[in-house]
Design a protein around this ligand. Structure first.
Ligand code: URA
Length: 453
């Protein structure tokens, strides 16, 4: 099958056959297709789209392009479950959800990614701990999974290798924003990880890749329908990303917030609500709860009893991180040498903020990457960020900048002063943040339940 004929067919808007899609994925994986051909095909898909059957065939071909994890031999006494987020600012939910689900009887082999653009990545957060093994040998991964119930690691290059090459080419050819390609990219890695159920957090808002509810719902629907067609029970929550999730954003800061959350010292309400909602859906999908509401109640119980915190501590110890992460309460995490507040310029209430721009301030501080090969400074970020709508008094900190140097802090504070505005209550009504969970989209009955926005 000639590559150029397959590209031509898609260029003309024809639905590709399974054999043609397998030829495409085979060509990506074994190098039979050149970068130019892969890029041309990606652009044809972006412009012409794909139907659900085509997207499913592409997803399955990519999932089968390399190694696949098979947990059957491990004979785990519970379902193998996982979660995926499309990415946001301050999104550390995975760090809590994995041990919560583990404490409820699930097994979570979470293959996580690095930060992308202005959004953080779970892998970069865990890399804050010296010693934590991000890519353990398969035997160690299995041991930790069995012992702790969860193991959060990075993807091996052998898992869905077609996605690795295709993603790198899409990244530099303006072909990332294609619904079928995003769907195949996300799900191929999850299918290769051998899961029995998956919950997805599709973020919407000014800090998300999907700016509008319509875009987010289309992506969520594509993800759950293709996952279902590929044999993976899945649900997606469309959730708000118009503000930093939780109190802190930045790698080590977020790990420290996750430890405090699990230990029960501080649970920011929106972060708690979202963590319980996603955990509840996953527990219900995995058969560990009769409904999402019952799952959320079970999640709350294992948080209160400390069982989830114990699972987290066992996982961190098993992967070479601190021996007692809860007792240490984040003391081993690296700290920024410069910590400075952004004071409120006047009395009033905090207006809505451009969350993506906040994420980019963290990138500028060194907490994210400008180029794929850039190192990350785990110490930097924004702490105790007040939510939009907060009543503030002049001089009160709106947030704290954690920076590597005075110069970096100065630059961040100057930029932040233009992003966070305090409104006079006599002239403007306080911002009213919307609900955290905007919609639940599920495959089992292919139904979509929308909440008021
Ligand atoms: N995340 C992925 O893994 N793939 C995409 O294509 C987009 C986001």
């Amino acid at each position: 099958m000639l590559a150029q004929e397959i590209i031509r067919a898609k260029r003309e808007g024809r639905a590709l056959s399974e054999a043609e899609l397998q030829a495409f994925v085979g060509g990506i994986t074994d190098g039979g297709w050149s970068d130019a051909q892969v890029a041309a095909m990606a652009m044809a898909v972006l412009l012409r789209g794909m139907g659900r059957a085509e997207t499913t065939a592409l997803t399955l071909a990519m999932a089968h392009s390399g190694e696949r994890l098979d947990w059957a031999a491990a004979d785990l006494p519970g379902p193998v479950l996982d979660k995926h987020s499309t990415g946001g600012v301050g999104d550390k939910v995975s760090l809590m959800l994995a041990p919560i689900v583990a404490a409820c009887g699930g097994f979570v082999p979470m293959v996580s990614g690095r930060g992308l653009g202005h959004t953080g990545g779970t892998l970069d957060k865990l890399a804050s701990w010296p010693g934590y093994q991000l890519t353990p040998e398969p035997a160690r991964m299995q041991r930790v999974l069995r012992d702790a119930g969860c193991v959060i690691v990075g993807a091996s290059a052998r898992l869905a290798p077609a996605d690795r090459r295709l993603y790198a080419i899409r990244d530099v050819t303006a072909t990332v924003e294609s619904l079928p390609l995003i769907t195949a990219s996300i799900l191929s890695k999850k299918l290769a990880a051998g899961l029995q159920a998956l919950v997805m957090d599709v973020k919407v808002g000014n800090g998300a890749f999907c700016a509008t509810g319509a875009e987010a719902e289309a992506l969520a629907r594509s993800l759950v329908e293709v996952a279902g067609a590929a044999g993976l029970p899945a649900r997606a929550l469309v959730t708000d990303m118009n503000q930093v999730l939780g109190r802190h954003a930045g790698n080590a800061l977020e790990v420290s917030e996750a430890i405090g959350f699990l230990a029960g010292t501080a649970r920011e309400p929106r972060l708690l609500e979202l963590t319980l909602a996603l955990s509840g859906e996953l527990l219900a999908l995995g058969g560990l709860a009769a409904s999402a509401a019952e799952g959320a109640a079970r999640a709350r119980e294992v948080l209160a009893s400390g069982k989830a915190a114990e699972c987290f501590a066992r996982m961190v110890r098993g992967l070479g991180g601190p021996a007692d992460v809860l007792a240490a309460n984040g003391a081993e995490l690296p700290r920024a040498p410069v910590v400075r507040p952004l004071p409120a310029p006047a009395d009033g209430h905090l207006g809505l903020v451009d969350t993506r721009a906040l994420g980019l301030v963290i990138v500028e501080l060194g907490g994210g990457r400008r180029r794929a090969e850039d190192p990350i400074d785990p110490r930097v970020g924004l702490a105790d960020v007040l939510p939009p709508g907060s009543a503030v008094q002049r001089g009160e900190p709106l947030l704290w900048v954690h920076a590597a140097s005075d110069d970096a802090a100065d630059a961040a504070l100057a930029r932040l002063a233009t992003l966070l505005c305090v409104l006079d209550p006599r002239q403007a009504r306080p911002a009213e943040p919307g609900p955290v969970v905007c919609a639940v989209i599920q495959t089992d009955a292919l139904q979509c339940q929308l909440f008021s926005r």
